[in-house]
Write a protein that binds this ligand. Structure first.
Ligand SMILES: [Zn+2]
Length: 479
């Protein structure tokens, strides 16, 4: 669906002064005073690995000049983690404010019933909080997996699956911007509060940015790798990815980031021209990162930093620029935005508002949590120790001293393993209890076209059946 916008809303007579929007003042702001509410634009960049961004220290190629300029005026969360290592559960955690075991958006079902887990109606989503607070709400999505999960649309007045043939390649970001910018700039000028969610897909495989970005860093490479997902996956499994191939794949990923950054510059420029800076909070996050051979992994499928250390940037009136050293996580975004805008928090939200931490105050005392398939992870904010369990292994890393997670300390620091394992189990139990209370959402059927798209993006195995047996799982029992 390609949205068509015909509304021409009147220019607001006055925008809100920044003084009313200082962090900590929102709770006192009367909710009924619509003019005092800042707009909120939440931008998710799929598969956006933190350490491939200039602001987070990437220097090999200058691929993010526009984002870096944006970040220079933002509060940058240096130590932020996603709740899962792939799109469906991670975005569901961002929307619902709960861990994956709490929202239970965990799988595609394959075989006779190919369908996608989706968010239960009984969850309180961030968009629903904005809607209840008097906001106009809209989503602009470039993600096949989110588009198949209509439970994600809860609380949105409009949920735009942006069309065009390019889902994660080609001019994907341009398509999304073309759909979103007219609506966003009109809303900014209207003076009426709005919440918008933008889901960009570009850095996700296949790594095929449009020209001139695609060829920009090719150099003298003459090997076979062209950025296709299945090609890299097959070569990786066969142990045939050469050093030159890795370099080419990394440069193709960087090209996708650089292309996206160019479009982000257009988006941010149009928002500034429309006057957004005075009354709009813009938050940038990722749902997970990406691996390029680290820890014997490619794409995203484990709980090491390359997959779950994500960028989070918050820029807007009353938000000071700087670096937040406190540990944060994706489910902290909903309560943070709720505090900044005076919204009601969802009943199950497990995250913590980071408004105080963004001002230099205390952050988390409890652990940061993430999971992927049968693996689970916690980070202890006080010590920087990280425990990963699953698949029969226990790993302990000191990520302050060993950020690349090369030295497993599990045997030498058994008491720390015991302590963190107890914290991990408690955190998981809290999520499971929420999931039992909220129930599982009704799984959504997947069309054959969506199935084929998911194969090309690596979400489904190449031999997964896409025809003949695609139907809904009406009772959501997975059978
Ligand atoms: Zn994703």
């Amino acid at each position: 669906m390609s949205p068509r916008w015909t509304l021409a809303l009147p220019l607001a007579a006055a925008l809100v002064g920044a003084a009313a929007l200082l962090p900590g003042c929102f709770a006192e702001a009367p909710v009924a005073q619509a003019a005092t509410k800042p707009n909120v634009i939440l931008i998710l960049v799929d598969t956006f690995r933190a350490d491939k961004i200039g602001t987070y220290g990437y220097t090999k190629r200058k691929t993010t000049p526009n984002l870096d300029a944006f970040a220079s005026g933002a509060m940058v969360w240096d130590n932020a983690y996603s709740q899962d290592a792939w799109t469906v559960p991670s975005v569901a955690s961002l929307f619902t404010g709960v861990d994956p075991q709490g929202h239970l958006c965990l799988n595609f079902r394959q075989g006779e019933k190919l369908a996608t887990d989706t968010i239960s109606d009984s969850q309180d989503t961030l968009a629903e909080s904005f809607k209840a607070g008097g906001y106009t709400t809209a989503a602009f999505i470039k993600s096949t997996v989110i588009s198949t999960s209509h439970g994600y649309s809860q609380g949105f007045d409009q949920f735009n699956i942006v069309g065009g043939a390019d889902q994660a390649w080609g001019h994907s970001a341009k398509d999304l911007n073309d759909a979103a910018i007219p609506w966003l700039t009109t809303q900014v000028k209207s003076g009426k509060p709005f919440y918008a969610y933008l889901h960009f897909m570009d850095p996700h495989s296949p790594y095929k940015a449009p020209e001139p970005w695609y060829s920009k860093y090719k150099g003298s490479y003459t090997g076979p790798m062209d950025g296709a997902h299945v090609q890299l996956e097959d070569a990786f499994k066969a142990g045939k990815v050469t050093a030159a191939d890795w370099e080419r794949e990394l440069s193709l990923y960087d090209s996708e980031v650089e292309y996206w950054d160019t479009e982000f510059g257009r988006l941010w420029g149009e928002l500034q021209k429309a006057g957004a800076a005075s009354n709009t909070v813009v938050v940038l996050v990722a749902d997970h990162g990406e691996a390029f051979g680290e820890h014997n992994n490619v794409f995203h499928g484990n709980l090491y930093g390359e997959n779950i250390h994500i960028p989070v940037m918050v820029r807007g009136p009353g938000v000071k620029a700087g670096r937040m050293k406190a540990y944060g996580q994706l489910i902290d975004v909903p309560p943070t935005l709720a505090e900044m805008t005076g919204l009601q928090k969802g009943k199950n939200w497990q995250g913590k508002s980071m408004v105080t931490a963004m001002g230099g105050g205390a952050g988390h005392t409890d652990v940061i949590y993430s999971e992927y398939a049968g693996q689970r992870m916690v980070i202890d904010p006080a010590s920087g120790l990280k425990l990963i369990v699953g698949d029969g292994a226990t790993k302990l890393f000191d990520i302050k001293a060993d950020p690349l997670e090369k030295t497993n300390l599990a045997e030498s620091r058994a008491s720390d393993v015991t302590r963190l394992r107890a914290a991990l189990d408690a955190r998981q139990a809290a999520g499971v209890a929420i999931g039992k209370g909220a129930g599982k959402g009704k799984a959504e059927a997947m069309s054959a076209d969506q199935c084929e798209m998911l194969k090309s993006l690596g979400y489904l195995e190449p031999d997964a059946p896409c025809t003949g047996a695609v139907k809904n799982d009406d009772d959501g029992d997975g059978k």
